[in-house]
Design a binder for this molecule. Structure first.
Ligand SMILES: NC(=O)c1ccc[n+]([C@@H]2O[C@H](COP(=O)([O-])OP(=O)(O)OC[C@H]3O[C@@H](n4cnc5c(N)ncnc54)[C@H](OP(=O)(O)O)[C@@H]3O)[C@@H](O)[C@H]2O)c1
Length: 386
């Protein structure tokens, strides 16, 4: 039985991971669960799965809730959870950079990461991939588009790849005219047309910054320049990604838009298993459509490409500024159309500072370098007036 740890077990990806495990009895043992804080959801997961270790970021005492479990709390809880539980595979389903140290710990020990989290790769891709390479760790993507590419690439030579294409549903505002976006409310932006996900990623889908981040994620995962990663609007969310080969052939990966499919794929890799999940009825699919992305409506992609091109710690700044801008929008502090300009201005200021201060032109080659850029971006973006 494979030993599994789930970081972020109470969230959207985390709960769907446990649903997949319910469907594969006898194949896995849950050795650790981790979340941000104690909750009835976490308590019922611990009751059901009886993991030996539980990690909770909140330092508040919780041991009385889990008398038979090794409970780790506080800032370093995720990393220590991975260290203590010794899982074969770690599902990384926490947001932001919260699990960066835990990911590095796991890769250093040569473990497998089933990686839903994209921010760690965006902000610290050079570091994460170097440690994976040097220490024999494996990263299997869970993000649906990257899982699609991963599946299309099996058995193919890297030099045969001409380019990658990520599909996007277009998010909550795909049919909203540009002039109406300024008054869009958080409730409207949180109504995703095809996927059910956590709030941050749903807003990123509405701005299409999610695709910007995914371009950088794909570039690191598949060792391909960001310029060779395209984005296309595909309303049905049936094709998740395409790979173009040098002979002009495309391979596409199709499945119902249900995160449990890429989760199951990553957990059971390199095998495929029957988990009784929803299936496509190809004959009833009807039309699958593709449209170019409207750059005027979705400036986020260009901003993300700029950060990727600048390299070093610029993608960490992009990621952190975006998190703050989304938080400000959800709190009613800025408009929907302010999100991307706030990120772009933060990046511009960072680029200016990097040019004038030598020590700032740093590579993203240590956790400290990434977290320093992250903290600077958060503080700057929080203070900016739209
Ligand atoms: N949702 C999707 O369908 C989807 C698809 C592709 C990629 N992703 C990526 O997967 C990641 C997770 O997304 P999500 O939508 O599942 O998020 P979510 O629903 O917000 O869940 C986040 C999980 O992480 C935990 N967490 C938050 N802060 C933590 C901390 N400091 N230490 C330990 N645990 C912490 C939360 O626990 P508490 O609730 O106790 O705070 C919760 O269990 C993101 O990087 C996202 O971009 C998600």
């Amino acid at each position: 039985m494979k030993r599994v740890a789930i970081l972020g077990s109470t969230g959207s990806v985390g709960t769907q991971t446990l649903d997949v495990l319910e469907r594969l009895p006898g194949a896995f043992v849950v050795v650790a669960l981790a979340a941000g804080r104690w909750s009835p959801c976490l308590a019922s997961q611990v009751e059901r799965w009886r993991p030996a270790t539980v990690g909770i970021a909140d330092p508040a005492p919780v041991r009385e809730h889990f008398p038979d479990t090794h409970v780790l709390t506080g800032k370093d809880a995720l990393r220590r959870t991975v260290e203590v539980a010794e899982p074969d595979v770690i599902v990384v389903a926490t947001p932001g950079l919260t699990a960066l140290a835990a990911c590095l710990e796991a890769l250093q020990a040569g473990r497998v990461l089933a990686m839903a989290n994209k921010e760690a790769l965006v902000a610290a891709g050079a570091l994460v991939m170097r440690i994976a390479r040097d220490c024999g760790g494996t990263i299997v993507p869970v993000d649906s588009e990257h899982s699609g590419i991963w599946q299309c690439l099996q058995g193919e030579e890297p030099r045969a790849v001409a380019g990658l294409t990520l599909t996007s549903s277009g998010g909550a505002f795909r049919d909203t005219p540009v002039h109406a976006l300024a008054t869009a409310t958080p409730e409207e932006a949180l109504r995703h047309p095809t996927w059910s996900m956590g709030p941050k990623i749903t807003i990123d889908s509405a701005t299409l910054m999610n695709k910007g981040l995914e371009i950088i994620e794909a570039s690191w995962l598949f060792d391909i320049p960001p310029a060779q990663v395209a984005v296309v609007l595909h309303r049905q969310s049936i094709i998740h990604a395409l790979v173009e080969f040098i002979d002009g052939t495309f391979k596409a990966q199709l499945a119902v838009p249900d995160m449990r499919l890429p989760i199951a794929n990553a957990l059971t890799y390199p095998e495929r298993v029957f988990a009784d999940l929803p299936r496509l009825d190809i004959a009833r699919l009807g039309m699958l459509s593709f449209e170019p992305v409207d750059d005027r409506k979705y400036p986020s992609i260009e901003v993300a490409r700029r950060a990727a091109e600048a390299g070093g710690t610029h993608p960490a700044v992009l990621n952190a500024a975006n998190e703050v801008a989304v938080e400000r929008f959800l709190a009613g502090d800025v408009r929907f159309t302010d999100i991307v300009p706030l990120v772009a201005t933060t990046l511009d200021r960072y680029a200016e500072r990097s040019r004038s201060t030598d020590e700032w032109a740093s590579a993203a080659d240590s956790i400290e370098a990434v977290l320093t850029a992250d903290a600077w971006a958060r503080a700057t973006c929080r203070e900016l007036q739209p």
